[in-house]
Design a protein around this ligand. Structure first.
Ligand SMILES: Cc1cc2nc3c(=O)[nH]c(=O)nc-3n(C[C@H](O)[C@H](O)[C@H](O)COP(=O)(O)OP(=O)(O)OC[C@H]3O[C@@H](n4cnc5c(N)ncnc54)[C@H](O)[C@@H]3O)c2cc1C
Ligand code: FES
Length: 590
């Protein structure tokens, strides 16, 4: 492509639109004022390059809420794939896991194509709170129980290495993404014995994190947490800005990124073949499916992890009054807290607050299993009460959003070869609330596996692993899934679609099956099958996000039934009844 490309010894791009697109993309990211000038060009490219069936995805109206990172400038869309293509490695999914993998593979001299059916970072990575930490969600005591002392040590080592790798990438690529090293504090809820912390400290130390210490209280003026653990050298960043930096580096190294390109099927083999829903083919020596929830693993992985929705609020707090750090308690579900400077660009700061006097306090928690509760407002209220009782929070909520995390039964992600698949098809999933480090571990580990280097973490994260000591969690989650099929025989949420108010949705029984009915603001009814195309559970309406959420394995669809995230890989079908398994992807007209 240019001097940079040649100096890395990479293949030239075969897509003649790329250089132009990349330029537009970068101009808009590094200098927002150019966005206005670039818009006609971007629109023109979209018209030229977006295949008609891909429009269902591009036009789909996803969740209703927006995170702090989604305020202000957004990623512009790169072009869709328009012709068959090939590379050493094809990465599906442009979130932190896919983009880190692509970046590190390019550094190894591999040619790489990244494809995503939305924009870069448009999955859970833009809904994260981006604590970058080695203080594991499930606690080291449990990790040690499930994976042994050596496993816990490797978990600590890998998450610490991921924080370091993120910092190295930021420094070497000069990524301006508000990255900061800071302490993390783990405390118990009011009234709970701190014994748990003492046990956790011992487990943390056995795992090799010798710098972690017990102190009398978190450094907070208005809130005496009681004894807590201090985890030094944690970090935080702005996830979209980080991905922007990765994208820039990937393009500069000759990597190709196609957005608005839905992968319908992955076939292992030599080479592996990926088929887009438009019928185009990408051939590659290796494939990484980094789609957060793998659509190419139909059953195995989804029996070992469970989807949870988690809720976040952002408040203004007076600048400098809350010590900048990461905070977590040990409640179940736990609360997570961090600060973030107000954005400097005018539209975003106007929305969020005054950057001169305030910063943002971001508070999350209130998790529940996806599709198994629809009481978001009560959850936001409880989060607000919790935050106001502990932090000097200014008037009003500045932002609220929710997102999905995938919890594995044994506390660590699944990163490696896809079980029951060919040896050159890899997955990264099961991040829990640690996708920043798990996604980075995925980049490091999958790069090693693909270039044929041994990696000490490969067994720990092996997706084929069976953790017998976690069989209680396995049983609990799978009994819960089995129970969800009971809604095949129950009534609908309402007697008939007449009862559905404009702007909302409900499941309606129609004979032997159920319909997901959404009435738009103009009163028009949009109906599709309520049967999830993954494994046939009945989806549930989510008022907070105006989405249809599957209570079994976490597939989610927008209000008109367009796929938002897997493991399903097709839209809800428009007609009622069981989905046709032979249909790879059905575009529902909008
Ligand atoms: C509210 C919330 C708070 C969180 N807080 C933290 C935190 O503080 N720290 C932390 O470490 N983690 C946190 N997490 C978890 C973390 O955000 C995620 O684990 C992480 O962002 C997942 O990254 P990913 O790259 O695996 O997936 P994603 O970012 O979801 O990317 C997957 C991509 O794949 C694409 N895709 C899917 N299917 C296809 C297909 N068939 N064809 C083409 N493209 C496809 C999607 O469009 C998407 O862009 C949080 C998550 C949430 C929701
Ligand atoms: S996600 Fe598995 S049945 Fe819906």
């Amino acid at each position: 492509m240019n001097q940079t490309t040649r100096s890395y010894g990479l293949k030239q791009s075969t897509n003649s639109e790329l250089s132009c697109n990349s330029l537009v993309f970068w101009e808009t990211l590094v200098n927002p004022t150019r966005l206005v000038r670039a818009l006609p060009q971007i629109r023109f490219q979209k018209q030229l390059s977006v295949p008609s069936k891909a429009r269902a995805i591009m036009n789909s109206k996803p969740e209703q809420t927006t995170s702090v990172w989604m305020q202000g400038d957004r990623f512009s869309l790169l072009s869709a794939l328009t012709q068959d293509d090939e590379a050493d490695v094809c990465v599906v999914g442009a979130g932190i896991a896919g983009m880190t993998s692509a970046y590190l593979l390019l550094k190894e001299g591999r040619t790489v194509i990244v494809v995503d059916d939305g924009p870069i970072g448009g999955g859970q990575t833009e809904r994260t709170t981006a604590h970058i930490t080695n203080a594991l969600d499930d606690r080291y005591m449990e990790i040690e129980r499930w994976h042994g002392q050596e496993g816990a040590r490797l978990a600590a080592e890998s998450h610490t290495a991921a924080i370091d790798r993120i910092e190295e990438i930021i420094n070497s690529e000069k990524i301006d993404c508000d990255f900061e090293r800071l302490d993390g504090y783990l405390f118990t809820p009011i009234g709970e014995s701190p014994n748990l912390l003492e046990q956790e400290l011992q487990a943390v130390r056995r795992a090799g994190l010798s710098q972690v210490e017990s102190i009398l209280s978190c450094p907070l003026q208005n809130f005496d947490t009681g004894p807590c653990l201090r985890f030094p050298r944690q970090a935080q960043f702005h996830p979209r800005k980080y991905l922007a930096g990765l994208a820039k580096a990937i393009l500069h190294m000759g990597g190709r990124i196609f957005t608005q390109t839905h992968i319908a099927k992955v076939e292992s083999g030599t080479p592996a073949r990926l088929r887009t829903e438009m019928g185009l083919t990408i051939t590659a020596e290796a494939v990484i499916v980094a789609t957060n929830s793998p659509f190419n693993d139909f059953v195995t992985i989804h029996t070992k992890q469970a989807p949870y929705l988690t809720y976040v609020l952002a408040f203004g707090v007076p600048r400098g009054q809350v010590t900048k750090a990461l905070y977590w308690d040990t409640e179940n579900p736990y609360h997570y807290v961090r600060l973030q400077p107000m954005p400097n660009d005018v539209p975003a700061s106007a929305m969020l607050g005054n950057p001169l006097t305030e910063e943002l306090l971001i508070v999350g928690g209130e998790d529940h299993k996806t599709g198994q509760a629809d009481d978001a407002e009560a959850r936001y209220d409880r989060l607000e009460t919790w935050a106001r009782a502990r932090f000097p929070v200014n008037e009003g909520r500045r932002c609220h959003w929710s997102g999905q995390v995938l919890e594995t039964i044994d506390g660590l992600a699944f990163i490696g070869r896809n079980p029951l698949d060919g040896p050159n098809v890899f997955i990264a999933t099961g991040d829990s609330g640690q996708g920043m480090t798990h996604g980075t571990i995925a980049g490091i580990l999958l790069t090693d596996l693909i270039v044929g280097r041994s990696n000490p973490w490969s067994q720990l994260y092996d997706p084929a692993r069976k953790t017998l000591s976690a069989s209680d969690r396995f049983l609990k989650e799978n009994l819960n899934v089995a129970a969800q099929y009971g809604s095949w025989v129950t009534g609908g949420d309402v007697e008939s679609s007449e009862a559905i108010a404009p702007g909302t949705g409900a499941v309606v029984r129609q004979g032997l099956t159920k319909v997901a009915a959404y009435r738009d603001e103009h009163g028009q009814l949009h109906e599709c099958s309520a049967v999830c195309p993954h494994l046939g559970c009945i989806v549930q309406w989510n008022h907070n996000e105006s989405t249809w959420d599957c209570p079994c394995h976490g597939s989610r669809f927008d209000k008109k039934g367009h796929l938002l995230c897997g493991p399903a890989n097709t839209n809800l079908v428009q007609s009622t009844g069981l989905p046709d398994a032979s249909v790879e992807f059905k575009a529902v007209s909008v």
